[in-house]
Design a binder for this molecule. Structure first.
Ligand SMILES: Nc1ncnc2c1ncn2[C@@H]1O[C@H](COP(=O)(O)OP(=O)(O)OP(=O)(O)O)[C@@H](O)[C@H]1O
Length: 207
């Protein structure tokens, strides 16, 4: 369970939201909505432990994430606007390196299988800089399928993907939540119908 209590966030000198209290249970699949600049990315970064709140607490289970540190990071996948890929390395090397740095090394077969699942079997050895935007997004998404983690925090994960890949990602999100995972994602796009049980959280009306 992920919970936030009396959370307030400020960027620059602007208060984005305050007194935000929410609980996300196992199986929750949440579409974080709201107008540009309302603070959706900021909230995802706070939940990922990448930035600090002005006030309030975020807890995973019974413990504060600030206290859990690496034990909390090992529970989540965060995919931001930037794909966090090393442009000179291949999708294969990127995925293997990321998994190793996170303390979950993957076998060569597991890396290749994940890349095949995201449709990059033929591009697995090309430098990321030579891939299209959608292929780069797929390379980043390979982390989700390669290493199971209960919490997925995804910022605009559908951007750059073709219709089929959007549907596929929708299916993975849906399966993840059906299996007791939590997914919180932002999207200004139409959500694929492959995510049937979606909760909407509009940050504009929570402010
Ligand atoms: N590093 C920063 N320094 C100062 N202000 C920032 C910084 N990052 C974001 N902001 C401001 O914080 C506000 C919220 O930004 P955020 O990216 O969280 O919005 P968002 O709801 O995700 O928007 P969008 O729908 O456009 O992606 C914006 O007004 C933005 O200008």
């Amino acid at each position: 369970m992920l919970s936030i209590a009396q959370l307030a966030a400020q960027r620059g000198n602007r208060l984005l939201f305050s007194a935000l209290s929410l609980t996300f249970q196992a199986g929750d699949c949440v579409h974080l909505r709201g107008e540009n600049g309302v603070g959706k990315t900021t909230l995802l970064k706070l939940l990922a432990g990448l930035t600090q709140p002005l006030h309030g607490e975020i807890s995973w289970g019974e413990q504060k994430i600030a206290k859990l540190g690496d034990d909390y990071y090992a529970q989540l996948h965060y995919l931001g606007h930037k794909d966090a890929l090393k442009e000179l390395l291949s999708p294969f090397d990127n995925l293997q390196l990321t998994a190793k740095l996170a303390g979950n090394p993957l076998s060569e077969a597991a890396v290749l299988q994940a890349l095949a699942q995201v449709g990059l079997a033929r591009q697995s050895d090309l430098p990321v800089r030579s891939l299209s935007q959608g292929q780069k997004k797929r390379a980043a998404l390979a982390r989700l399928v390669a290493t199971p983690r209960p919490l997925w925090l995804l910022d605009e994960p559908f951007v750059g993907l073709d219709a089929k890949a959007q549907e596929q990602l929708g299916t993975w999100i849906s399966e993840h939540c059906s299996n007791g995972g939590i997914t919180i994602f932002t999207s200004h796009q139409i959500i694929p119908e492959t995510i049937p049980n979606l909760t909407e959280l509009n940050l504009s009306v929570k402010k």
